[in-house]
Design a protein around this ligand. Structure first.
Ligand SMILES: Nc1ncnc2c1ncn2[C@@H]1O[C@H](COP(=O)(O)OP(=O)(O)OP(=O)(O)O)[C@@H](O)[C@H]1O
Length: 243
């Protein structure tokens, strides 16, 4: 685990303080302050181009903001160099993308084991942990199958197993059900929110779809690179159970 120098004040798990980010003349983030508490699930919504993915990438240390600060676990991500930030992403964060981004040449269990092997776990232990995770989410029978031989929903569930196998403290998901039909999308969101809740991981989901956002306990709406609204969602539907 990487230790970040801590700030003196008590802090949420993850927070941005007035961050800005521009790409050339395009101001993607124009001063955003948000907080994500431990174990909380937060949806980020907003029109196309409003800065949702840029915010997600700044929160997860993939991008460095031009101004402002991102704190994780009480310390600024900017205190870490590139190598330390990469290690933090592998060891503390999990990622789920719209198309899963599984490696097509590897069977499910090797895709799931990969983040552990990249942080130094032996192949044998990483594969055992991957098999265990796949079994716990009801995908044991898929462990030898390559992504090209799975449905989109199955591949997304394997991607969730890969995101969760390292016991992340935060899972970042960018349109995790965006490429799926409604029923598969529902299953994927149920699995994602349930596994995060059981693991005590915070979840940050970028989505265009209010039905996806409703799986979360909070909704942050972004417009033109600033926070337009930040509210609790009362009817969080996070009641699915793991098989
Ligand atoms: N790497 C980049 N290079 C240039 N411009 C970028 C880059 N990444 C984002 N932008 C621009 O920054 C703005 C915000 O982009 P971002 O992807 O964060 O929006 P978004 O809300 O996630 O959009 P969408 O819903 O369409 O995915 C857009 O105008 C986009 O074109």
């Amino acid at each position: 685990m990487i230790s970040i120098p801590t700030s003196p004040h008590s802090s949420p798990l993850l927070a941005t303080h007035d961050i800005t980010k521009s790409f050339g003349a395009v101001r993607a983030l124009a001063g955003i302050s948000v907080r994500v508490e431990q174990g909380e699930s937060v949806a980020i919504m907003g029109p196309s181009g409003s800065g949702k993915s840029t915010l997600l990438h700044c929160l997860s240390g993939v991008l460095v903001p031009d101004d402002g600060v991102v704190d994780f676990d009480g310390g600024p991500l900017s205190a870490l160099n590139d190598r330390q930030r990469s290690h933090l992403r592998l060891s503390e964060f999990g990622f789920v993308f719209q198309d899963g981004q599984l490696l097509p040449e590897l069977p499910a269990r090797e895709n799931v084991a990969l983040p552990l092997m990249l942080t130094g776990t032996s192949r044998r232990l990483a594969l055992a942990a991957a098999d265990d995770m796949l079994g716990r989410i009801g995908l044991g029978e898929l462990r030898g199958r390559r992504p090209g031989d799975m449905s989109g929903g199955q591949a997304q569930r394997v991607a969730i197993a890969r995101a969760m196998v390292g016991h992340p403290r935060v899972v970042f998901a960018d349109e995790p059900s965006g490429a799926l039909d409604q029923a598969s999308g529902h299953e994927v969101m149920q699995l994602l929110t349930t596994t995060c809740r059981i693991a005590g991981a915070a979840l940050v989901v970028v989505t265009h779809d209010i039905n996806v956002a409703r799986w979360c306990s909070r909704l942050i709406e972004i417009r033109d690179g600033i926070v337009h609204a930040d509210r609790r969602l009362s009817a969080a539907t996070t009641s699915g159970e793991l098989r």
